[in-house]
Design a binder for this molecule. Structure first.
Ligand SMILES: NC(=O)c1ccc[n+]([C@@H]2O[C@H](COP(=O)([O-])OP(=O)(O)OC[C@H]3O[C@@H](n4cnc5c(N)ncnc54)[C@H](OP(=O)(O)O)[C@@H]3O)[C@@H](O)[C@H]2O)c1
Length: 308
């Protein structure tokens, strides 16, 4: 059910006592929704441990300062990685291993916008790697740390509720790519893979979120400073600030109703930023009937071999 801003602020205010020592990893935490959520979570929790992954070292250093000034009782680290390369994802997870005996929250926002296909490793579109394969690789690598937490959660912010009909011979978008198709394939694959992962890892709760329209550097980065600023300006009446988005996503990352299968929940959720269920039952039922959670996951494991 959709929550109000007052309700989620009240919930977030309970976290100091309820979740005093949360450990969280933000993949894409140097900017946008990832960064603002890391900062809000740091402020909401008594003694947080927060790891930030991103490429931009300058912004990585800035976010660490912002986290410290928000809550000086936390422990904060930045790890630089270009997550479009699975070997860098693996290296960063390997570095984190000794520090992550247990992980409560894996929060992922990597990926952006592009009007054309940009070929990356194994000739797969870079955005598709970031939106889908890299996020899945972080999950796969970090499952032991997540399973060691009392209430672990994976939150992937992308296009929850924007699932489409997908074709098995185009999962990697090599046969056909388009701006909307790229976003639709990645969103659909995240949703079905989460269902598979939730059934195989019943102690972990998985959320695929849609953030609404959020005022972040996204438009400027991908449309350039002039056109990006125009689009940003035009979207102002319907967009929310990064700071407010951080509050909503702190709520989604901690709210008790999105339970794992072990805790008698669904285990996998497709949600709007305010907690409203965005599951498109018709599409999801069709995808399940075609056994896509299993087929997509098999494709994912096969593609990991090609990308690693
Ligand atoms: N903002 C919106 O209105 C909106 C709406 C719907 C969906 N979304 C989706 O939500 C997600 C987050 O959006 P956002 O607005 O927060 O985006 P953003 O402001 O562009 O932030 C993206 C983050 O990902 C990191 N990143 C990008 N490429 C990376 C790479 N190759 N390796 C490692 N880190 C990388 C960036 O850091 P570095 O530059 O340091 O690498 C940054 O921290 C995106 O997938 C977006 O498509 C956003």
């Amino acid at each position: 059910m959709a929550q109000t801003l007052t309700q989620i602020r009240n919930w977030n205010a309970t976290l100091k006592a309820a979740r005093p020592n949360m450990v969280a990893l933000f993949v894409g935490g140097t900017g946008g929704i990832g960064r603002s959520t890391a900062v809000k979570l740091a402020g909401a929790v008594a003694t947080p441990t927060i790891f930030i992954v991103g490429r931009n070292e300058k912004e990585g250093a800035e976010v660490l300062e912002e986290l410290k000034s928000t809550n000086n009782n936390g422990t904060y680290s930045f790890l630089s990685a270009d997550a479009s390369h699975l070997r860098e994802v693996d290296a960063v997870c390997q570095k984190l291993k000794p520090e992550l005996s247990s992980l409560d929250l894996l929060f992922m926002t990597i990926g952006g916008l592009s009007f054309s296909k940009i070929e990356g490793d194994n000739n797969i579109d870079v955005n598709h790697i970031l939106r889908y394969y890299s996020r899945m690789r972080f999950i796969q690598n970090l499952i032991p740390a997540l399973e060691a937490s009392k209430s672990p959660r994976v939150v992937s912010i992308l296009g929850g509720g924007k699932e489409i009909k997908i074709e098995e011979d185009n999962f990697d978008l090599k046969k056909s790519w388009s701006f909307t198709g790229g976003a639709g394939y990645a969103s659909t694959m995240v949703s079905v893979a989460h269902e598979k992962l939730a059934s195989e890892n019943p102690s972990i709760s998985f959320i695929h979120g849609f953030p609404g329209v959020v005022s972040t550097p996204l438009f400027k980065k991908f449309l350039g400073p002039i056109f990006g600023s125009i689009v940003g300006f035009l979207s102002t009446p319907v967009s929310m600030s990064s700071s407010e988005s951080g509050e909503w996503h702190t709520y989604l990352s901690t709210a008790e109703q999105f339970k794992s299968k072990d805790a008698s929940g669904n285990g996998s959720y497709i949600l709007n930023y305010d907690g409203k269920d965005l599951t498109n039952e018709a599409i999801m039922t069709e995808l399940r009937e075609k056994d896509f959670p299993t087929i997509v996951w098999k494709h994912t494991l096969d593609t990991f071999e090609k990308l690693a």
